[in-house]
Design a protein around this ligand. Sequence first.
Ligand code: ZN
Length: 311
Amino acid sequence: MSNLSDPIYGGIEAGGTKFVCAVGRAPDGVLEEARFATRGPEETLAEALSFLRAAHSKYGLAAIGIATFGPAVVDPVSPDWGCIGKTPKAGWSGTDLAGPFVRAFAVPVGFDTDVNGAGLAEARWGAAQGTAQSVYVTVGTGIGGGIIVNGQPLHGLQHPELGHIRVVRPEGERAPGICSFHGDCLEGLASGPAIKARWGAELGELPPDHPAWRAEADYLGQLCAQLVLTVSPQRIVLGGGVMSHPALFTPIRAATRARLGAYVPALEQSGAMEALIVPPAFGARAGMLGALALASDRALSMAASKSSAGP
Ligand code: ZN
């Protein structure tokens, strides 16, 4: 997929628990990679800067991409572009994440959420390749989603926050959700910590006939049904720690179909649900590859705006 003459990019996947820095071209052309724990902003960013400085002097990076945990200011005309929003993660609220890289390197810097980045990587090279419209959802410590439309992550008011939609509890289920903003939103009821809070164990530790499995599939089926109705994606890629259980896919597809009734004719054909809701191609590598994709997109859009502005 990658060519030796292709430009080399730097990528940073800024996660709440770890940072992954990489240098490369495409999924099969990652040349170097480093991962380290996320501490305070100052020391964490210093470590990322020093990795990319060394890479830049070795390879001459054409651009840098940052795929970050959210919320983040992704609007390129906002004065706060590149900053982390209000986050419960100690010390990180308002941190200027992109600025230090813009100042340290005279190259374009792309900046988006980790799920938009992962969605971009899956759409370009992975499980959503060949689709015009796809969604990437991660179900783990939190729940987040990126929407890719015609090869580009969807932005607007800010970026989508799929993890916080309202869902309906299964019959008889009354336990409170754990989202600090909404209580019983999807993340508050179906994220990894929510499962543990409700059932006292992780999903993988519970027997297959435990009600936790059915509840989880139903919550995520509600998300998928709402995505079908609002975004009309050709593919929904479900990744993250909770989705590492392949047994969840069949009941999620069934729950999605049950919520939709027979309302969407395209999903009534044989195999349509299996093609709609799929596991990721890149697993835990999607965010890092997404950062490289964001770098290459930023470089291309800067080049295009320069050439349209004339000499
Ligand atoms: Zn919430």
